[in-house]
Design a protein around this ligand. Sequence first.
Ligand SMILES: [Cu+2]
Length: 156
Amino acid sequence: MPINRLDPAGHLGRRSPWTFVAVLAVAASLGLAACGGDDDDDGDTAATATEANGAADATGAAGETVDVTMTDFEFDPSDPTVKPGEVTFDVTNDGETLHNMEVEGPSDKAELPEDLQPGDRDEFSVDLSEPGTYRFYCPVGNHEDLGMVGEVTVRG
Ligand SMILES: [Cu+2]
């Protein structure tokens, strides 16, 4: 009887240290997890920044938009700077004749789907995921020669 009582006590006695070790192990792993969590947070911050850039590269929705005003015969701004990605040009014709805007991107050209009537506004997107400087101009008539040219700089 006393032995039976001692035995459960002994088990408990043996169990307790193990339980204590288990608690330590859990605490340690929680501590590690917490440290890991901090590391993950740092990693997430970097990953988020990378993802943001990746998203900008991959989708027009996340890309930069540049507002451009066309007059007779200039672009304003004529030298915008953007982040790499799919860039949208939101273009307004404040001139008194038809204009358009064509960007010679690294992989392809892009322009407004139709020449803009005076007072009209439209937008188009172009893949500018490669850093560099890309020319744009008005393809209507001789507007290019009249000064409707510009350069968009894509930051590296
Ligand atoms: Cu023009």
